[in-house]
Ligand binder design. Structure first.
Ligand code: AMO
Length: 427
C-alpha cells in the first residue's frame, strides 16, 4: 500500500528518505540532469535525477502520465517553483502510458467539453478538476454530519417507480418486465410515507432523474438530490434546518480541503439566518422596476436576475402561489392562493425547493385531482395519510447546483463526474 503522499513532504526535513508513487506529469532531460514533475492526488513535486545515477537511463524510456515509483531524499536547498523537491536514487516504472495522450494535462487552454467528457478519467488528472469533487464530497459530508447530529436517519428509497412526483412531462420511462415504469424524479412521496411510518426525521442523498429536453448550463438529466423530511415541523423549521446545513457544509470543506478558499466564492461559512423575501414582495419590486412579471406566475430568469442583485449570495423566496407549486404543498391557513413554500436562491439560481406539506388526506386527494392527475395512481401514498400522519415539512437540494454556485462554475457539468445531458449518456 502507498504510505507517503506528496503533501507529506511538507512535514519532512533535509536528508529524509522518501518513496513516492504517482504519475509522471512532465519529463525533462538535460545533459547532466533530468527532471520529473510527479503528481499524485495531493499535489506536485519536482524529482531531480542526476546523470551519475542509474535511474537516469530510465528517464528516456518513460512517457508522460506513466505511473512510476520514485525513491530518494529531501535536498538541502529547494529551488523548484513547486516548493517541493526530491533527489531521486531509484526509479521504477509501474505502468507505461501510451503516446499520444487523448487529452493534455498541462495545456493552458481547456479542451472542448466533448473531448473533456469523452476522456473524463484523463480530464480529472488536472488537480483543479479533482478539487471540485473533493469540495463536493466535503460539502456533502458536512451537511450529512449536521443532519445526523440533528437526529435524522439516512434512508434509501426506490428509483424505479410507477407514479410521477414533480409533474408528468419530465419523466423517463423504462421497461420493467412487461410494464412501463419511470425513473424517479424525486424521493418526495417516499420521504413523506416514511413520516407516516413514524421515523420522524429522514434524509436521503441519491440520484434524481429529469427528462429536461433542453441543454442548459444549469440542468442535468441525472443529478444528486439531498432531501430531508421532518415530522411536527413547518416551513420555517425546514428553512432553518437548510441554512444551518449549508453553513455546516461550507465550513467543513473550507476546513478540510486544502486551498479550497482560493476557488470558493465563500471565504468563510455563510452567516445565518439567510435573508427571506416573499414572492409577493418580489412581484412588487419587479413591477416597480418596470419588469413584465405577471402575478401568480413563476419568476422567470430575467426577474430572478433582478431580485438576485439585491442579495449578496443565499436568500429565500417564500410563499409562492399555489398554482406554481406541486400538489403536496400546504397553503397558508388564511390565504389559500399562497403556500407555505420556499426556494433557496444563490443570486439568480435556484438551489432548493421546499415546503410544509398537506397532511390532511382529503385535501391532498383534491389537490392531486386539481392538478389533473389521477388520484387512483397515488393510492399507495394517500393511504399512508389516513392512519395518523403528522404535520411535516422538508426540502430537496441539488448537490451539483450547490457546488456549481459556490465555486462559481459556468456550467453544472463541471460539478458532475460523468454528466448526463440531452446528448450525453457516455461514458
Ligand atoms: P425541485 O424539483 O425544485 O423540488 O428540485 C429540487 C432541487 O433539485 C435541483 N434540480 C436540478 N439540478 C440539476 N439538474 C436538474 N435538471 C435539476 N432539477 C432540479 C435544484 C432544485 O432546486 N420534491 C421537491 C423538493 C421538496 O419539496 O422537498 C423537488 O424535487 O437545485
Amino acid at each position: 500500500m502507498k504510505q507517503t503522499y506528496i503533501s507529506d513532504i511538507d512535514r519532512m526535513k533535509n536528508g529524509d528518505s522518501v518513496t513516492l508513487k504517482g504519475w509522471a506529469q512532465e519529463i525533462r532531460i538535460m545533459k547532466n540532469i533530468g527532471f520529473i514533475i510527479l503528481r499524485d492526488s495531493t499535489g506536485l513535486v519536482q524529482a531531480t535525477v542526476k546523470r551519475e545515477n542509474e535511474a537516469f537511463g530510465d528517464l528516456e524510456k518513460i512517457t508522460r502520465e506513466s505511473v512510476v515509483e520514485l525513491s530518494g531524499t529531501i535536498p538541502e536547498k529547494v529551488v523548484s517553483k513547486l516548493g517541493k523537491e526530491i533527489t531521486v536514487s531509484s526509479l521504477k516504472v509501474l505502468n507505461l502510458a501510451m503516446v499520444p495522450l487523448p487529452l493534455g494535462i498541462v495545456d493552458e487552454v481547456e479542451a472542448d467539453f466533448d473531448t473533456r467528457f469523452n476522456n473524463r478519467f484523463m480530464d480529472l488528472r488536472k488537480l483543479e478538476h479533482q478539487r471540485i469533487f473533493k469540495i463536493k464530497s466535503a460539502l456533502l459530508w458536512g451537511i450529512r454530519t449536521f443532519l445526523m447530529n440533528r437526529g435524522f436517519t439516512e434512508v434509501q428509497t426506490p428509483k424505479t417507480v410507477s407514479a410521477a412526483t414533480e409533474g408528468g412531462a419530465e419523466l423517463f420511462s423504462v421497461k420493467y418486465f412487461e410494464k412501463d415504469i419511470f425513473l424517479n424524479q424525486s424521493p418526495q412521496l417516499y420521504k413523506e410515507m416514511l413520516i407516516a411510518s413514524g421515523i420522524e426525521r429522514v434524509f436521503e442523498v441519491g440520484p434524481a432523474f429529469r427528462a429536461e429536453e433542453h441543454n442548459t448550463p444549469r440542468h442535468l438529466n441525472e443529478f444528486t438530490s439531498i432531501d430531508i423530511e421532518m415530522a411536527f415541523a413547518d416551513h420555517n423549521d425546514a428553512m432553518h434546518m437548510l441554512e444551518e446545513a449549508i453553513s455546516a457544509g461550507v465550513e467543513n470543506f473550507l476546513k478540510t480541503v486544502p486551498d479550497s478558499e482560493k476557488v470558493s466564492l465563500l471565504k468563510e461559512k455563510p452567516i445565518t439566518p439567510f435573508p427571506r423575501i416573499t414572492y409577493r414582495e418580489c412581484v412588487r419590486i419587479l413591477k416597480e422596476e418596470g419588469i413584465d412579471q405577471k402575478d401568480g406566475e413563476d419568476l422567470n430568469n430575467e426577474s430572478l436576475k433582478v431580485i438576485g442583485k439585491r442579495f449578496e449570495n443565499f436568500y429565500f423566496i417564500t410563499e409562492w402561489p399555489t398554482t406554481v407549486r406541486p400538489f403536496y404543498t400546504a397553503t397558508l391557513e388564511d390565504e389559500r392562493d399562497f403556500t407555505k413554500s420556499y426556494d433557496l436562491q444563490f443570486k439568480e439560481i435556484e438551489l432548493t425547493s421546499g415546503a410544509q406539506r398537506v397532511h390532511n388526506p382529503d385535501e391532498l386527494k383534491n389537490r392531486i385531482e386539481e392538478k389533473g392527475l389521477n388520484s387512483q395512481n397515488f393510492e399507495f401514498y394517500l393511504k399512508t395519510f389516513r392512519y395518523g400522519m403528522p404535520p411535516h415539512a422538508g426540502w430537496g437540494l441539488g448537490l451539483e447546483r450547490l457546488t456549481q454556485v459556490i465555486l462559481g462554475l459556468n456550467n453544472i457539468r463541471e460539478a458532475s463526474l460523468f454528466p448526463r445531458d440531452r446528448t450525453r449518456v457516455f461514458p
